[in-house]
Write a protein that binds this ligand. Structure first.
Ligand code: NAD
Length: 354
């Protein structure tokens, strides 16, 4: 039976890399019924919203989606579609692997890391108060009453909630992930020495849940120290488990360790739905020029194939990417080459067939 998959091409380079990805996944021979949906700049112009309810309904129906990057229009009053998707579908776990690809010379030849990021809480929960509004004023007064601390009159606020429920489910997800993928160690990043009641809670739940798990090693490291150790020796780490903001930042850092955003794939997973997407954004600086690297989205497609129970096809896609990069003849400019999106996709496509 064909797999039903929602495809959201996205903005900027999104349609270019989505088209390449669709052609590569179709060439695996796995039957996929693509349901095309639009979100982002196009629907904002046409329907006045960046994320029509219809798109969420389609994903609820297909349960699996893959999307290109979507621009967050600054100052438009619209929150990020990506954040909305994650919260509306309760995609609480973001999984972003970074491994050194054979054939690419990077300063780190032996990276094999996965970032697991809590996707729904923390500073990204969207509880904000703009400087100078009556709400911000009221909040200042309430904070003074509750904490005895005065906050500057010209302050804006972003709230950082981390709950036991949210922390526990992501820690358990990470423990299951490590066991299922035959990995070995979780490193939990935090700033608990300063943020006692948010990061401190995250760390405490991590410790409690990991306690007694003999087959999974566990450590926790302050986020600043972790950043330093990552760039010195990323091979010392296996799975990084991070609250939302740190996860966002360090997954880009990890992408940089292995050759950049053009290669970094990702998945947003919940108990019911899964949305796969590259880590990179809509890259307005190169949109429409036909030189975007499609590999990040193609590898996100490989993660999708594994998720829907097609591990052989997923492995074929990954091997084809490795092979093309190892040969080194077809590379987009971000990898030091001169090839186009189309040429790179066409080099990968014939190699993924069963
Ligand atoms: P970006 O990732 O779009 O671009 C950063 C740099 O990396 C640019 O120089 C770009 O040319 C390059 N780059 C990115 N992807 C590439 C690819 N596949 N091939 C070659 N080069 C690539 O980040 P940005 O410029 O900060 O963000 C642009 C827009 O994308 C913003 O509106 C942002 O909100 C949005 N964004 C969306 C997502 C998402 O949809 N998940 C993620 C990040 C950013």
């Amino acid at each position: 039976m064909a797999h039903l998959v929602t495809l959201i091409p996205g903005d900027g380079i999104g349609p270019e890399v989505s088209d390449a990805t669709r052609r590569v996944l179709d060439a695996t021979g796995v039957e996929i019924d693509w349901i095309l949906e639009e979100a982002g700049a196009t629907t904002l112009e046409r329907e006045g919203t960046t994320l029509p309810e219809r798109v969420l309904d389609t994903i609820r129906h297909t349960r699996v989606a893959i999307k290109g990057p979507i621009t967050t229009p600054v100052g438009s009053g619209f929150r990020s579609v990506n954040v909305e998707l994650r919260q509306s579908l309760d995609l609480f776990a973001s999984v972003r692997p970074s491994r050194s690809l054979t054939g690419l010379s990077t300063p780190y030849p032996d990276v094999d890391l996965v970032v697991i990021r809590e996707n729904t809480e923390d500073l990204y929960q969207g509880i904000e108060f703009e400087r100078g509004t009556p709400e911000a004023r009221e909040l200042r007064e309430e904070l003074l009453r509750l904490s005895g601390r005065e906050v500057g009159e010209d302050s804006g606020f972003t709230v950082k909630p981390i709950s036991v429920t949210g922390a526990r489910r992501i820690v358990r997800f990470a423990l299951d992930f490590v066991r299922a993928q035959g990995r070995r160690k979780i490193t939990l990043g935090h700033k608990a020495n300063i943020l006692w009641f948010s990061d401190g809670l995250f760390r405490a739940i991590g410790r409690v849940e990991a306690d007694g798990q003999v087959e999974v090693a566990f450590e926790d490291v302050e986020i600043d120290q972790l950043s330093m150790r990552l760039v010195r020796d990323p091979s010392a780490f296996d799975v990084l488990l991070l609250p939302n903001l740190y996860g966002d930042i360090l997954s880009d850092l990890c992408a940089g360790l292995v050759g950049g955003l053009g290669l970094a794939a990702g998945a947003n997973l919940g108990w019911e739905y899964a949305v796969f997407e590259p880590v990179h954004g809509s890259a307005p600086d190169i949109a429409g020029t036909g030189v975007a690297n499609p590999i990040a989205m193609i590898l996100s497609g490989a993660m999708l194939l594994r998720h829907v129970g097609e591990p052989d096809a997923a492995a074929r896609v990954e091997s084809a990417v490795d092979a093309v990069l190892t040969e080194g003849e077809v590379r987009t400019p971000d990898l030091g080459g001169r090839s186009t999106t189309e040429e790179l996709a066409e080099a990968i496509r014939p190699r993924v067939a069963a």
